[in-house]
Design a protein around this ligand. Structure first.
Ligand code: GAP
Length: 453
């Protein structure tokens, strides 16, 4: 059976990610570890650009948000109080024929008979809950008293530090606490490349407010977050805000939206924006016996704040950025014949490398020296890549394939050999249009900075 165009596109994306060093399988030389991924030299730059931009927009640009960085291991009592120990589970079914362990919603049903999607077997166990938290022991003894879990979300450290952060930041409601960090879930079926992983990163904001502000702030944050995705280069048509229906929503949430992206494997969640009422702080206040109340100096009232939470996945957004950027078009090769060009059309803000610098010929010392001078000039301002090997067209293609938005070529005109007026100018090539312009070396840093931000 031939693969659908979307499946083929996804295969090409996965293969490009490995070939060019965006994402590798974790522990690859030992056969990998299912659901775990390593980011290579380009992937880590892309991921950092995303996290830095999120932090910039959500923390630095705002007066009402501060950041924190919590530990991954926390007191087990946190997970009891939050409800994770008892209820953070997926219903799981075992196939007795092929031994596959399946999420209950993956079981297919034909004419009222449940079947294994792997082998078609009908001998399946009844669904039973499977807790998704990774359990571990803290300290030398491995017994009940030393159990804890790798955190399955970053949010809980924000809730349990609410009072400390409030005191040191002296913020007034409404205000938020932001965090980016690792989270771990023992997913029954990790799949779709990095989309559903067992180790991943989250970018979460807990925005505390008064009860009466909750629903309005939920809509406010949905709009802010949709804007964010557009500002990193995701087109609006590929984003969808799904109102999570009552029956799917956590019992304590008064409203939740899922921001979904049109991946090659279908519409899938990038981020949840949830109005969680005062559930989390109240749970921790009750379980710890410590007040997590806010004192309103104007009304002299004391109360547990409500919270609106935009919670985004770093890895899923990186994958969406790559899927969005991946394109194939036609461009002339060295002989002027049209060939397929593979290009990642990243927003310049997200691109791992911002500018390639190329001497026209590698065996002409003055060209090489000038290109290296330009590298030194640009390096303090942006990520650059020097490449002198192969025909210039090939070098452009290599950068197109990793999404470098700009390319600078040093040629004989740069040296003033043809026309003194062109001395110390270079060609600046733009990735998507492939248009070239002549600019002065002295203006390069400013021109690039203005086009990247
Ligand atoms: N604090 C709320 C919370 O954790 P969630 O919907 O379970 O909510 C938030 O997770 C985001 O974290 C998701 O929208 C997704 O982007 C990301 N995420 C969750 N599980 C993931 C997984 N197994 N692999 C990759 N990303 C995941």
């Amino acid at each position: 059976m031939s693969r659908s165009p979307d499946a083929q596109r996804m295969e090409k994306i996965v293969s490009l990610c490995k070939r060019r060093g965006f994402v590798f399988q974790s522990s690859e030389i030992y056969g990998g570890l299912n659901g775990c991924w390593d980011y290579g030299p380009l992937g880590v730059e892309l991921k950092r650009n995303l996290k830095n931009y999120w932090w910039h927009v959500m923390v630095h640009e705002r007066d009402d948000v501060v950041g924190m960085d919590g530990s991954i291991l926390m007191n087990r009592a946190v997970w009891k109080a939050s409800g994770h120990e008892d209820t953070f589970s997926d219903p799981m079914v075992d196939c007795r024929s092929c031994k596959a362990r399946l999420r209950a919603d993956q079981v297919i049903e034909r004419k009222g008979v449940r079947q294994c999607p792997n082998c078609g077997g009908k001998d399946l166990t009844e669904p039973r809950p499977f807790n998704l938290m990774f359990m571990t022991y803290v300290g030398a003894t491995e017994d009940e008293s030393s159990i804890t879990y790798l955190r399955p979300e970053t949010a809980q450290s924000i809730f349990v530090q609410f009072k400390n952060v409030l005191e040191v930041s002296r913020k007034k409601l409404p205000f938020g606490i932001a965090q980016i960090g690792k989270a771990f879930r023992n997913e029954i079926n990790p799949r779709n490349f990095t989309f559903r992983s067992r180790e991943f990163e989250q970018m979460e904001l807990e925005y505390f407010c008064r009860a009466e502000e909750g629903m309005k702030l939920l809509d406010y944050w949905l709009e802010e977050r949709l804007k964010f995705y557009q500002n990193i280069g995701i087109s609006r048509e590929k984003l969808h805000a799904r109102t999570v229906p009552d029956e799917e929503r956590a019992f304590y949430s008064k409203g939740t939206y899922d921001i979904e992206y049109d991946f090659p494997f279908g519409w899938q969640e990038l981020e949840g924006v949830a109005y969680r009422t005062d559930y989390d702080l109240s749970q921790h206040q009750n379980a710890s016996g410590k007040s997590l109340e806010y004192f309103d100096e104007e009304t002299k009232q004391r109360f547990v704040p409500h919270v609106v939470e935009p919670s985004a996945g770093v890895d899923r957004t990186v994958l969406a950025l790559i899927c969005e950027a991946y394109s194939e078009d036609e461009a002339p090769d060295e002989k002027g014949e049209m060939e397929t060009r593979l290009v990642l059309r990243f927003h310049p803000r997200m691109a791992p490398i911002k500018c390639g610098v190329f001497p026209l010929l590698k065996n002409k010392e003055p060209l090489v020296a000038k290109a290296k001078e330009i590298i030194d000039l640009l390096r303090p301002h942006l990520t650059v890549f020097y490449d002198e090997s192969g025909a210039i067209g090939r070098r452009y293609r290599r950068q197109d394939e990793i999404g470098t938005p700009f390319g600078v070529t040093v040629d004989f005109e740069t040296l003033g050999e043809k026309d003194a007026a062109l001395c110390d100018t270079v060609t600046l090539r733009e990735r998507d249009s492939m248009k070239q312009e002549r600019v002065a070396i002295n203006d390069l840093a400013a021109i690039l900075a203005s086009r990247i931000s």
